[in-house]
Write a protein that binds this ligand. Structure first.
Ligand SMILES: [Zn+2]
Length: 98
């Protein structure tokens, strides 16, 4: 059961959608003449290092939605932390101990 639950949980990702460009190295290929192969990619930081994960075209929309999920959840958490700070401050401003 936990397996099914975690599989149906929406994907959450931290990072940025980018385009990954590379040359395959074949001298006869178009990429040798300045037209590199392009593929969508997710760039993210893991353990202090920037990493890139190339994506298939069909994954782009899913990954974009997953990044969106992370950002809106983070924004919500930041807002909660801001109001937490405001409450802590107003407690002090409001005359100290009861
Ligand atoms: Zn090539």
């Amino acid at each position: 059961m936990p397996c099914i639950a975690s599989r149906s949980r929406p994907l959450v990702l931290r990072g940025t959608l980018t385009t990954f460009r590379r040359r395959c190295g074949k001298p006869s290929c178009r990429c040798a003449n300045g037209q590199p192969h392009e593929s969508p990619a997710l760039t993210f930081t893991e353990a202090g290092r920037t990493k890139t994960l190339t994506l298939s075209a069909s994954e782009v929309a899913e990954v974009a939605a997953a990044i969106e999920r992370y950002q809106s959840a983070r924004a919500e958490l930041d807002a909660q932390a801001d109001s937490g700070l405001a409450r802590l401050r107003s407690r002090r401003a409001g005359g100290g101990r009861r």
